[in-house]
Design a protein. Structure first.
Length: 162
């Protein structure tokens, strides 16, 4: 059952994920070493999915295919210390997998609607569309106030980006 607080938190997450262009993806490298990368992403209105594009010949791609548990950090900060209490940060956690076939084509169109300037990169032979099946959002606002938004998955585990 969805509460008013859950609805409000969902709205905050949807708005921030739609407005922001980039996030920091965390994967787990060799011997458990953290590895972070900036990615351009799109997120689903139902909050089940996040999709980004990456070349296959990268450490990021190798790490996420070897260890598919990932986190993506997205925030609305600016370079102003006096706005610290207004900053919202979201950690998205989930499981990554490469998209193929019709799923890839569907998400390609959605990705390019947000990032038309990235068409050449997205369509490169070496580029892979990565789908993250989101398990939860940890939302931090007012510097230390943490809220958790769990995400139920669709039966096929793909979520949906509309």
């Amino acid at each position: 059952m969805e509460t008013d607080t859950t609805r409000e938190l969902s709205t905050v997450v949807k708005q921030l994920m739609a407005r922001q262009l980039y996030g920091v993806l965390a994967t787990q490298g060799d011997a458990g070493t953290p590895h972070t990368s900036i990615v351009a992403f799109v997120s689903a209105d139902d909050l089940n999915s996040v999709v980004f594009v990456t070349p296959r010949k990268t450490r990021k791609y190798r790490f996420l295919t070897e260890r598919p548990s990932v986190a993506l950090f997205v925030d609305n900060r600016r370079e102003r210390a006096d706005e610290l209490m207004q900053v919202i940060g979201i950690e998205v956690t989930g499981t990554a997998r490469e998209l193929a076939g019709t799923h890839r084509n569907r998400y390609r169109a959605i990705f390019l609607a947000k990032y038309p300037e990235m068409a050449e990169f997205a369509d490169a032979e070496d580029s892979s569309f990565i789908h993250v099946a989101v398990s939860r959002y940890d939302v931090v606002d007012h510097f230390q106030h943490v809220m958790v938004l769990p995400v139920p998955q669709n039966r096929d585990g793909t979520g949906g980006i509309a």
